[in-house]
Design a protein around this ligand. Structure first.
Ligand code: S3P
Length: 453
């Protein structure tokens, strides 16, 4: 875990060409959301946590570095990671800044974790992270007594200074965001009394599930309308988990699933994908579009549902994707838009406002990428329609601006595997933030990726 994540490296343009068929069995790396939390919760819990299956992407490693700077001992040991945590309430004031590179989840969750400490922490990140809104996390932290110092309002770089004793709050999360929910709950760990988060729309539930596994007192209630109330009792003990297993990332699997659906003759099995229902919206949508995705060998692993996905080339048809499904597939819209470019008819995706504040303005970046590659589409304020060409004829030939966004890069490289003309992306380096194995796995299945001019 060396290096400084926010030092930009030279861009590396990459191109993908139409493949004959993708075949084989692959295992996607660990889930990014769960891996961040494994470092955070292992680092704050007392005693030892051993993590297997951790995603060794740059984003997650940045979180590990930050936890080290605050006193946790974190070492790689063969195929697993061993974390000796500090104990709840016992983080140390870090020396130097915490550099989160491209990582929204790592930075926002850590802001929550350290916010309630009576010391100063400075957060920096790359150009993409420095553009992203942090007010959504800072507003509730301010209510708890945290002071925020930022040159540009609520953007990185910024410093947090916690109060002597933080005030517990009840916070209704104004947007569907697991990061905001998590930041408030994590601030509650070092706050006396009950910290309560009200979540009108359910988002990924890894924080509440994992905190419980690490021994926190977390109480979740869901009312008849689906509104969830999550109450955490602060200043309790957290204990390391002897053997924590990270399931495979469904958001990374998504690229391989769509590639197999689009490339003629493909038959690919993706092993060990997390099937938590707060993460499976893409699979549901693709199946509605006519995708042949077989869920094989469903099982439990690390307290989660996981399964293998057998995916065969399929003729897709356009569908309407309802706004209420967005939280369960929020990171998958770019690659769904690519799938829709090969579907019969029009796909309409609604409720996409949160895409505007991801690693890039993903709605604009997707629309620009579709335009560059001859795909008929229309972009609204919070919606997108894509009209497909099932044989991919005339599609491709463009250079896609990735804006430091790993998912834009991978989505359009998937497009080039099926379009009649190759597709280029202006920079593939960011893929290492979430899915360093992507290029190797695609090549292993028979896909063609090569440097672009
Ligand atoms: C994440 C939550 C989502 C998601 C991100 C990971 C998390 O962000 O897009 O990739 O691990 O909590 P939001 O909370 O901003 O929706």
């Amino acid at each position: 875990m060396t290096g400084h994540a926010s030092t930009p490296s030279a861009p590396r343009p990459l191109l993908s060409r139409r493949a004959s068929a993708l075949r084989g069995t692959v295992k996607v790396p660990g889930d990014k959301s769960i891996s961040h939390r494994a470092f955070l919760f292992g680092g704050i819990a007392a005693g030892r946590t051993r993590v297997t299956g951790l995603l060794e992407g740059e984003d997650v490693l940045a979180t590990g570095r930050a936890m080290r700077q605050m006193g946790a001992a974190i070492e790689r040991d063969g195929g697993s990671w061993v974390i000796d945590g500090v104990g709840n309430g016992c983080l140390l004031e870090p020396e130097g800044v915490l550099d989160f590179g491209n990582a929204g989840t790592g930075s926002r969750l850590t802001m929550g974790l350290v916010g309630a400490y009576d010391f100063t922490t400075t957060f920096v990140g790359d150009a993409s992270l420095s553009r992203r809104p942090m007010g959504r996390v800072l507003d509730p932290l301010r209510e708890m007594g945290v002071q925020v110092l930022a040159r540009s309002r609520d953007r990185l770089p910024l410093s947090l200074k916690g109060p002597r004793v933080a005030a517990p709050i009840t916070y209704r999360v104004p947007m569907a965001s697991a990061q905001v929910k998590s930041a408030v709950l994590l601030a509650g760990l070092n706050t006396p009394g009950l910290t309560t988060v009200v979540e009108p729309v359910m988002t990924r539930d890894h924080t509440e599930k994992m905190l419980e596994g690490f021994g926190a007192s977390v109480h979740v209630e869901t009312d008849a309308k689906g509104v969830r109330t999550i109450a955490l009792t602060g200043q309790g003990d957290l204990k390391g988990v002897a053997d924590f297993v990270v399931p495979g990332d469904p958001s990374s699997a998504a690229f391989l699933v769509v590639a197999a659906l689009l490339v003629e003759g493909s038959d690919v099995t993706i092993e060990n994908a997390l099937m938590n229902p707060t993460r499976t919206g893409l699979i549901e949508t693709l199946r509605e579009m006519g995708a042949d995705i077989e869920i094989v060998n469903p099982r439990r692993s690390g307290g989660e549902d996981v399964a293998d996905l057998r995916v065969r080339h399929s003729a897709l048809r356009g569908v309407r994707v309802p706004a209420m499904r967005a939280p369960s597939m929020i990171d998958e819209y770019p690659v769904l838009a690519v799938a829709a470019a090969f579907a019969q008819g029009t796909t309409r995706m609604e409720g996409l406002d949160e895409l505007r504040v991801k690693e890039s303005d993903r709605l604009a970046a997707v629309a620009a990428g579709l335009l560059a590659n001859g795909v008929e589409h229309e972009e609204g304020e919070d919606w997108l329609t894509v009209t497909g060409r099932p044989d991919g004829s005339g599609l491709g030939g463009g250079m896609v601006a990735t804006h430091l966004d790993h998912r834009i890069a991978m989505s359009f490289l998937v497009m080039g595997l099926a379009s009649s003309k190759p597709v280029s992306v202006d920079d593939a380096t960011m893929i290492a933030t979430s899915f360093p194995e992507f290029e190797g796995l695609v090549a292993g299945l028979g896909g063609v990726l090569e440097p672009a001019g």
